[in-house]
Design a binder for this molecule. Sequence first.
Ligand SMILES: [Zn+2]
Length: 264
Amino acid sequence: MMRTNRKSGSPGELGKLKILLPGIPSRSSRGWFGYCTVILFPLANRWALFDTGHYSDRALLLESLQKRQIDPAEIGAVVLSHLHFDHVLNVSMFKNATLIVSKAELDYAQMVSDGKITDPSIPDFWPVLFEGQDVQAVDDAVELEPGLKLVNLPGHTPGCLAMFCDDGISVAACGDVIKNGWEALTAEAGSPGSTSDNLQENIKFIADRARVIIPGHDRPFILRQNGIEYLTDVTWQVQGNFYPRSRDEILLNLEMKGGYCPKP
Ligand SMILES: [Zn+2]
């Protein structure tokens, strides 16, 4: 189900932002799955992405671009919400893209590389991802083009960027500034960099400026007075090969409907 607060027709299209891969808010006994939201959007004369996902997203990302008849070489810009592995590991697919990242995040990743702080989600080899690419390091706020603005909202990491798009409908692509509906509803930070204080501040900042919120690891939603309204359904399937159980057995087949969910 998809409610009608959108301009365009298909689920995952929010104004000019098209969700190529939906974020999945889940982890396993072996850690985070790390499936983040990947968004396609047009700039004046080129295609752009907001985040790229990680290696296990690569085939699906390629497929979803191919479905739209877009070659990776036609992606002219990639906004990196931050430099955690689950958002950046596919940048090497986009050789012609300018990589847009905040100065604060580059400084932060450098401090991790220098051993001054610890963040195991920053890939050790992150500078290699930038080699040979055009890099645009942005300050606290920058307008990419009219109606499309990036704002650095520290919390999850010091250099987290959210993207605000005003295209008849106001939408915020949040990266991990808001990871999922639970965080938005409770302002309880679920990761080491965030505190409830900065999360609360960031939720307010975003909600004051955007009607639709696209979190880093969940479906898009609208924040309501006493709950959230998810704008899309999602299906999340996990398969396994646990011999002697059947091959490619479906271990989880979760089907979540869109619609209003009251506060816990
Ligand atoms: Zn993430």
